[in-house]
Write a protein that binds this ligand. Structure first.
Ligand SMILES: [Zn+2]
Length: 94
């Protein structure tokens, strides 16, 4: 998966440099993620939309055999390992 998050720090809420407001917005997104949402807008302290975030599903970039540790192409996920003949290739999640 990938999390994209954009903040346009132009409003008066960011006038002091924006560190406090940016941290507040990240907490806002974190709370929404924890509550089970997968996208949302970010509202600055004045109630103005100043950004958005979203999770995107991404295809795994690599795969691995859990038995012998051999790397494999993502196409091989779910197939028996060619190296050891035992393991079932699975996505290598970071
Ligand atoms: Zn293997």
């Amino acid at each position: 998966m990938r999390l994209s998050l954009e903040i346009e720090g132009n409003g008066s809420a960011f006038a002091d440099g924006g560190e406090t407001e940016t941290a507040r917005l990240l907490r806002q997104a974190a709370n929404r993620i924890e509550a089970g949402h997968d996208c949302g807008n970010l509202l600055d302290i004045n109630g103005n939309t100043c950004g958005a975030w979203s999770f995107e599903a991404t295809a795994p970039e690599s795969a691995i055999c859990p038995d012998c540790g051999t790397w494999a192409e993502p196409d091989a996920i779910g197939q028996t390992c060619n190296e050891c003949g035992r393991g079932i290739i699975e996505a290598d999640e970071f």
